[in-house]
Design a protein around this ligand. Sequence first.
Ligand SMILES: [Zn+2]
Length: 379
Amino acid sequence: MRRAGGLAAASALAGCADTMPTEQTAPPGKPTDRPPSGSVALSGGQAFLDGRFAPATVIIDGDRIGAVGPDIEVPGGLQRLDCTALWLIPGFIDTHVHVQFSAPDAILAGGVTTVRDLGSPPSQGLALAAGPSPLRVVAAGRILTPVGGYPTTSWGSDSTGREVRDAEDAVDAVREQATGGACIIKVALEPAAGPVFDEGLLRAVVEAAHAEDLAVTAHVGSAPLLELAIATGVDELAHLPLHDVTETEMAGAAEAGMVLVPTLEIRGSDPNALRAVAAFREADGTVVYGTDLGNGGTAPGIETTELRAMLGTGMAAAEVLEAATATAADHLGLDDVGRLRIGASADIVALGADPLQDPAGYDDVRLVMARGRRVLDRL
Ligand SMILES: [Zn+2]
């Protein structure tokens, strides 16, 4: 069963890009005023359409896809980019990053054109979301946690964490993020690094978020806290719970309608983690791609280590690619990214090898186009 909260939140997310505040300070990173590439045809390649690769031409019209398909007539005089022996995919969507630890240009150059920041100071994720960078950013804002809770006494002491004192303050804390342009509310439930929300206060946070039409994603540090998250209506798991969790518990999360961002790379190749994700999927849970960029050894760009781990859970290669494109876009409520289709944002990556045959293909990035701008060109 899927709760209404998630659906309501999805519609709020869909409007996020249109409701960004404009009075924020300039974002970090390197905004670009380079114009879109204009009209250009990507011809001769294989494009990922409806879950599989097929020969197709893609015509870019400014910052949009103007046409895509197998029998597209390329107007005379239109610039052509020869994509023979290349595989064209939608720009990747990483649903779990911390943008303050990476340069937007490095993320883009690695084939990721949309990110969701799940916790950073207001001058970082929310500011980037409102800014002009070709990297599309949606953001949670600050991480809500009890007084002294994770991550306020560790890496998040720079105002990434927002301490919540009581139920009244929960409403204020959620409203602060919503007013700043947040597309989701992030909570931390990490017993290894400070106090965690009790049921009453967590419920107050979730209810305040849902009242703002925002979903709630949780960093969950233990199996009992997963039960608490389910009981209080949390919509999403920002990681596989970081400590031992059973297959039955993960199936329960799926049955409660939660969406899972597994971030398996930070777990290493733990077979228990792979089994837990498999159980979540077998219970019809939706899995979307996210790396927790900024945490440990993850690198900006498409992370093949994460993709190989997702394959290790039993996902098909095309399902894994969709988890980072169409499925992720649907989950975020972003209808103009994640698919190569007419009218979509011209966010396209050309690879030098078929990534469905071997995920190593994702490391062979030849071209990255973001909102029609060629941000990497090795053609
Ligand atoms: Zn994170």
